[in-house]
Design a protein around this ligand. Structure first.
Ligand SMILES: [Mg+2]
Length: 369
């Protein structure tokens, strides 16, 4: 069976307007639409043994705890086009993770869209650290003109967020761009209150302030007078329908990530259909996954915002030498190859490796239908 028949089975259910929980036949309808419209040159799914032949599981230490983890695990493997990455977060189920595998296979086995730019500006990412630690975090990024600040972290107060954002604004100067990301943690009133309190720091945009599309839409109406754009992230990548937020007019821009959206070409298609500006971000990928994101960013017809692809700076060490970290605030476009010694150095434990290989096996079976 062709890759396009299967790899997008899970993810493309969303393109069927009948919504969540649709049956396999609905998915087939969606896939046909997809094939009729656009991606027709998808590869056959490689045999599992072909993937396993080069598969390496790594565990990369983070400089600062991020997304609740100190170590980022990823499975890397090599296809005919180069190295690729499969790294869905641990809590994701196999159906969701299989979309990430489809993206990894597409990147490893297919030529990718041609770049329309050679350099990608990226932002610094500031985890929910104390304000006093902000200069130390920003020092890890070379020349980034934009900073994204995590806010609304569990166990912290709005006062903590205000102090952190103030410290970032002071460090970036008046010319710097400062955006915040709440990961959907605020309810409507909390979000309105927080944006009002943080607006004095001249926010570029607020990413996923609330969890649902309805809340985002209502919030956008409420804070419209403050001229702070609303970005959707989880409402794109974790939604049954990644276009619902755009259709509802609930966001000013979209955050798009290659792995959760099923590949570079599918992400391009989603952005085109949404008709909104896009920010390409990583999912705390290794340098290999970041290069996938850079491929997407380089191929987008328009790129108004700096991308969230500077996250290799959050690791103390990565799989590539040098790691794909920004120089002068930019990343260079192109594929990367892991360094053999670094793959050995960061090899996961036997237990971690077995867990990832079992996950790969299950997701591969799902893609085959
Ligand atoms: Mg986000």
């Amino acid at each position: 069976m062709l890759f396009a028949d299967t790899a997008h089975l899970v993810s493309l259910r969303s393109f069927d307007d009948r919504g969540a929980g649709c049956a396999a036949r609905d998915a087939q309808t969606s896939m046909r639409r997809w094939q009729d419209g656009r991606v027709t040159d998808a590869p056959a799914i490689p045999p599992l043994a072909e993937i396993l032949a080069s598969a390496r599981v790594v565990a990369l230490p983070l400089a600062t705890r991020f997304r609740g983890v100190d170590v980022r695990e990823a499975l890397l493997f090599e296809g005919p086009e180069g190295w690729t990455e499969f790294s869905p977060f641990a809590e994701y189920d196999d159906a969701e993770a299989s979309t990430w595998l489809a993206a990894a296979i597409d990147y490893g086995w297919m030529p990718q869209p041609a770049p329309v730019r050679n350099e990608i500006h990226v932002n610094a990412t500031v985890p929910a650290v104390a304000a006093a630690s902000v200069p130390e975090v920003l020092a890890r990024y070379d020349g980034c003109r934009t900073a994204k600040v995590k806010v609304a972290e569990r166990g912290q107060t709005l006062a903590d967020d205000i102090a952190r954002v103030r410290a970032v604004r002071e460090a970036m100067g008046p010319e710097g761009r400062v955006r915040i990301d709440a990961n959907g943690a605020w309810n409507l009133d909390e979000a309105e209150h927080a944006i009002h309190a943080l607006a004095e720091f001249d926010l570029e945009y607020v990413e996923q302030p609330c969890a649902t599309v309805d809340e985002l839409g209502e919030l956008r109406r409420r804070v419209g007078y403050m001229d702070v754009p609303i970005a959707a992230d989880e409402s794109v990548r974790k939604a049954e329908d990644p276009l619902a937020v755009a259709r509802a007019g609930a966001a000013d821009l979209l955050v798009v990530k290659v792995q959760p959206l099923g590949g570079v070409r599918r992400a391009l298609e989603i952005v085109a259909r949404a008709g909104l500006p896009a920010v390409v971000s990583s999912a705390l990928d290794t340098s290999v996954g970041l290069a996938m994101g850079v491929t997407l960013a380089a191929a987008l017809p328009a790129l108004e915002y700096d991308c969230g692809l500077g996250t290799a700076s959050l690791f103390t060490s990565d799989v590539c030498a040098p790691a794909l970290t920004p120089k002068g605030g930019v990343l260079t476009v192109g594929r990367v190859t892991p360094d053999a010694a670094l793959l050995d150095e960061h090899a996961a434990s036997v237990e971690q490796r077995d867990r990832w290989l079992a996950r790969l096996t299950r997701c591969h079976a799902l893609l085959q239908g």
